[in-house]
Design a protein around this ligand. Structure first.
Ligand SMILES: Cc1cc2nc3c(=O)[nH]c(=O)nc-3n(C[C@H](O)[C@H](O)[C@H](O)COP(=O)(O)OP(=O)(O)OC[C@H]3O[C@@H](n4cnc5c(N)ncnc54)[C@H](O)[C@@H]3O)c2cc1C
Length: 386
């Protein structure tokens, strides 16, 4: 007989891991399938690795998202101090910057009100110490604090926490099909040469950029959501930053681009490029790499060229359809409808807010599960990550 669970989660990225942790903490039996060999090898190892409120989302008035992410940042600094560190970030403002010093000041003041962490203006006399930052035309440099993590390690840690609470993670396991009838879904997955099956009362589709492909494997077929895949590239160059991170305004299109310390060097990103192929084919386009090199060369005295790029990687954001990528909502969307009420699909979201997302999804999912005696209820807000 097939193993049977309350909840089957497709995808062991940060959102799948967060849902598994939240569900297991509530005492549900949970299984997670991922087609890769470890958690977090999809989008969740291709992010900018920031645990942040997202200062730039204030420009598009996504206050609720910023507030939620800053609250989650605070929890992660407490519950995962080995994985999330607060680092200084610098915002240089030049004569020709579109965002003027007063606007940056205002944004940081709001960020301060939402987070309780302050900011300061770096005195002119100290600009020379800022990692070779170009000072020609420089008007002001602001310093504030935000979080950095290793996104793949964080995802593994959240999945481990879910497993400690009783969830099961099955790697190298690709969902092939799922057939749902009232009260139960039968799923078939491929693991190596074998096709295996299991059953669950509810399916959570947390397959990141693959969400709509996963929906097509489920019967009755739930409608696909209108979404775009937007590619984000990062490059890594040799070197190190002594004073912290930098938050630049790209001269080409005024988007915000980060220059960050990363294990093997300096990481620069990201881009927002329309993507229309299969998520399995994601790769950093040459034009994105050149764009990031140009941003760095505009702001730092030491110029780099294509041969300095040691590594480049790209991930896919799932964004609601329409408008320019920079200003579209980064909020999570949970889809569930009458065609197949046992299937919940998670679109978009932030690495930073995975815990809140998991909680939100499980609160929706609960309504589809029969009343039960809870064996376990753990408060994941205060649960230390392994
Ligand atoms: C360029 C970029 C930068 C970002 N920077 C930040 C940042 O600095 N801070 C922040 O908070 N957020 C950031 N984000 C957002 C964040 O990284 C993503 O929202 C998050 O990683 C998405 O996680 P996920 O679990 O939804 O998707 P994924 O990590 O892609 O996980 C989906 C999983 O589903 C699995 N899967 C797919 N199909 C199947 C199948 N048929 N069977 C089994 N498994 C399957 C895949 O193997 C994959 O592991 C960034 C995003 C991008 C693209």
């Amino acid at each position: 007989m097939n193993a049977s669970y309350d909840i089957l989660i497709i995808g062991g990225g940060i959102q799948g891991a967060g849902c598994a942790q939240a569900a297991a903490a509530e005492g549900y039996s949970v299984v997670v399938l991922d087609k890769f060999e470890r958690p977090g090898l999809g989008t969740s190892c291709k992010s900018s690795k920031l645990i942040h409120g997202g200062l730039r989302y204030l420009e598009t008035a996504q206050i609720k998202l910023v507030y939620e992410c800053l609250r989650e940042r605070k929890l992660l600094l407490k519950n995962a101090p080995h994985l999330v560190k607060l680092k200084p970030f610098h915002i240089p403002v030049y004569k020709n910057s579109i965002r003027k010093p007063w606007l940056i000041w205002l944004g940081l003041a709001i960020y301060f009100l939402l987070s309780g962490k302050g900011f300061k203006i770096i005195p002119k006399g100290q600009w020379g110490a800022l990692d070779g930052l170009n000072t020609e035309g420089l008007l002001a440099v602001f310093q504030y604090f935000d979080g950095q993590t290793d996104d793949q390690r964080l995802t593994e840690s959240v999945m481990q926490s879910a497993q400690q609470l009783g969830a099961r993670f099955i790697s190298n396991a690709e969902l092939i099909s799922a057939e749902c009838r009232p009260g139960l879904c039968d799923a078939v997955y491929q693991q190596g040469d074998e096709q295996k099956s299991l059953a669950a009362k509810v399916i959570i589709n947390a397959a990141g950029p693959w969400v709509n492909l996963v929906l097509q494997k489920i019967t009755p077929k739930p409608p696909l959501a209108d979404m775009d895949l937007v590619l984000g590239t990062h490059i890594i160059i040799p070197g190190s930053l002594q004073q912290g991170m930098y938050y630049m305004e790209a001269p080409q299109d005024q988007r915000a681009v980060f220059v960050l310390s990363w294990h093997e060097g300096i990481m620069i990103g990201t881009t927002e490029t329309a993507f229309n192929a299969s998520p399995d084919q994601v790769a950093p386009p040459e034009s994105d790499i050149e764009y990031l090199i140009d941003v760095y060369n505009r702001y730092f005295q030491h110029s780099i060229s294509r041969s300095d790029v040691k590594r480049a990687f790209a991930g896919l954001r799932v964004l609601p359809t329409g408008g320019d990528a920079f200003s579209r909502s980064r909020d999570i969307v949970i889809h569930n409808d009458a065609v197949n009420p046992q299937v919940f699909t998670v679109y978009g979201g932030k690495l930073t807010a995975y815990r809140a997302t998991g909680e939100q999804v499980i609160n929706r999912v609960k309504r589809q599960l029969p009343e039960r005696q809870r064996q376990r209820q753990v408060d994941i807000k205060s649960l230390r990550l392994p």
